[in-house]
Design a protein around this ligand. Structure first.
Ligand SMILES: Cc1cc2nc3c(=O)[nH]c(=O)nc-3n(C[C@H](O)[C@H](O)[C@H](O)COP(=O)(O)O)c2cc1C
Length: 216
């Protein structure tokens, strides 16, 4: 499965079975996380066999059932943290999808288990991504209009439309999709987001092809 196929396949899954993730898959995912940490300066951690994070039984929305494995997004507590966690977290998530796992970003409907992760001085534990074997595939989310989301001063090249379409498949908190991509001077793209997590910029890059444009 390539990354674009993983983007298309992914939906949030909130019901998991209790099968452990195989060692080979764990090792591959750990390697991905190590590489992403080196590149980003984040301190992303894989947490296995830890169901407590999902034990909030009172929730009417967003209860994650049966999960016990997750990716904890942790990093230096600076102004870039949320943006980086979105961008690199989504990269880790898509690799998990390629390895056959189901996933769900969880920013609020979980218990933050600080005792099971390593938080260095100056770091903040921001949110998690549940991973595991889902008992269903989740559902497609509703999307806003592409015309409201990819804005151009002139023509909209094919790569720009493909980037927008890939970004549309991104998970966003409460499915708000509050983002726009604006094309300037034919190849300069400005990402406007009203929330700080940047999952969609990663997906836009995959859809558009990084050689076709530069971020401004
Ligand atoms: C930053 C972020 C935080 C999220 N937090 C939660 C959460 O706390 N609980 C939950 O059930 N889903 C959460 N989600 C998942 C979104 O609800 C989901 O991505 C959105 O409804 C779109 O559906 P899809 O992922 O199936 O495409 C979060 C997603 C993102 C990107």
């Amino acid at each position: 499965m390539d990354t674009l196929e993983a983007i298309e396949k992914r939906h949030s899954v909130r019901d998991y079975d209790d099968k452990p993730i195989g060692k080979d898959t764990v090792d591959k995912l750990q390697n991905v996380i190590d590489d992403l940490n080196s590149e980003s300066g984040l301190h992303i951690q894989l947490v296995l066999d830890e169901p407590e994070a999902f034990s909030e039984e009172h929730l009417s929305y967003g209860r994650i059932h049966g999960a016990k494995n997750y990716i904890a997004l942790i990093g230096p507590d600076d102004q870039e943290l949320e943006e980086k966690c979105g961008f690199y977290g989504e990269k880790a998530l898509l690799e998990a999808v390629k390895l056959g796992l189901d996933t769900c970003w969880v920013g609020s409907t979980y218990k933050k288990m600080t005792s099971v992760v390593d938080i260095k001085k100056g770091e903040r534990f921001l949110l998690i991504i549940a991973i595991g074997c889902g008992v269903n595939d989740g559902e497609s989310h509703k999307s806003k209009s592409l015309d409201d989301t990819i804005i151009s001063e002139g023509e909209r090249p094919d790569w720009f439309i493909k980037g927008g379409e890939a970004a549309f498949l991104a998970p966003t908190a409460m499915n708000q999709q509050k983002f726009q991509f604006v094309l300037h001077d034919g190849n300069k793209v400005e990402a406007k987001t009203y929330r700080a997590y940047f999952c969609k910029t990663d997906l836009f890059e995959v859809g558009a092809g990084k050689d076709n444009f530069e971020w401004i």
